[in-house]
Design a protein around this ligand. Structure first.
Ligand SMILES: [Zn+2]
Length: 322
């Protein structure tokens, strides 16, 4: 065989081996282009203001150049409810359930409950107490996480309760060591001493460093003769964030309140707010609160678009005094 013929055959074989690879790389590039377009739509949809969504059930978004809106028809269910004209995508009568199939997440983003959810934070002040176990049992039964703003108590039983709160995934926040207004608000030194004492107690008991605080009486309390900002600064220095509440169930005072009243107070206005922090109490004399708790949770869980969450760094800062 001539040298040139052999060369040609070898080249041909090489090409046969290489071409499919080139083609498949091309396909991959194309696919990732498509994915980028889908991502673009998703980002666009995500960036839209959703204000009118609750009222109209409709979302409009600018049509993106170079994207084919027919791609949206991959959605299994509500094809007839998605339509497009020259410059908008319209999504009407958004259903609850969204498919997650390919490209479907554009739709799921548009229809996801997160657009219009109401976040609810159950918070319990003043524990641990002889009722903490009951509260934790109820939360566990309903699969709900909450937040406990605790005070300083040092018995073996209290240590167990601090740990149970942490172990079961709830947020353990601070509510001062002594809860004695006259003491903690008397000076910055007194406040700091009380804060550090509780921080160390919780660290010692649970190994967790608490990051959240609720002022006894709230940040708007009228007990402190010093400006509350002086104490807020002390929390800031330690990277501790404080939370007040925008709903009180009314179980704070010594005046007895019925479980019925607690339930109706707790549920007032939930759907009008994006975030609701509900103030409740964990105490020996707060049986009505424990009785009300399953009914509060059941009612919240039966509402559309309501999520019950523990306080985290993501939580909107509900504060009386900024
Ligand atoms: Zn309190």
């Amino acid at each position: 065989m001539k040298n040139s013929t052999r060369k040609s055959i070898l080249t041909l074989i090489a090409l046969i081996l290489i071409i499919p690879n080139i083609v498949s790389v091309g396909v991959l590039i194309n696919q990732s282009k498509m994915q980028r377009q889908i991502d673009k739509i998703a980002a666009e949809v995500a960036s839209m203001r959703m204000d009118s969504f609750a009222e109209t059930g409709r979302i409009t978004a600018p049509r993106l150049e170079g994207t084919r809106l027919v791609d949206l028809t991959v959605f299994e269910e509500p094809i007839d409810k998605i339509y497009a004209d020259d410059d908008v995508i319209m999504v009407a009568d958004v259903p609850d359930v969204a498919e997650t199939q390919e490209a479907g997440y554009v739709w799921s983003f548009a229809s996801g409950g997160s657009l219009d959810t109401h976040k609810v934070y159950l918070t319990f002040d003043d524990g641990p107490s002889s009722r903490t176990d009951d509260i934790l049992d109820i939360l566990d039964e309903y699969g709900v996480k909450a937040t406990f703003f605790v005070v300083g108590r040092e018995s073996e039983e209290d240590y167990r309760l601090y740990n149970r709160i942490v172990d079961e995934g709830h947020t353990l926040g601070m509510h001062s060591y002594s809860h004695r207004y006259s003491k903690i608000y008397s000076s910055e030194e007194a406040f700091t001493e009380d804060l550090d004492k509780l921080t160390e107690l919780i660290q010692d008991a649970t190994g967790v460093t608490p990051k959240y605080y609720r002022f006894p009486g709230g940040s708007s309390n009228t007990v402190s003769s010093l400006d509350i900002h002086r104490f807020i600064n002390i929390l800031d220095e330690r990277g501790i964030s404080y939370f007040d509440w925008n709903v009180s169930v009314g179980d704070a005072t010594g005046i007895p309140i019925s479980a019925d009243a607690i339930v109706s107070n707790a549920l007032s206005g939930i759907e009008e707010r994006e975030s609701t922090v509900i103030l409740m109490h964990d105490g020996q004399y707060k049986k009505a609160t424990v009785d009300a708790l399953p009914r509060i949770i059941e009612a919240l869980q039966s509402m559309d678009d309501v999520e019950i969450l523990p306080i985290t760094s993501e939580t909107e800062l509900i504060r009386h005094i900024q």
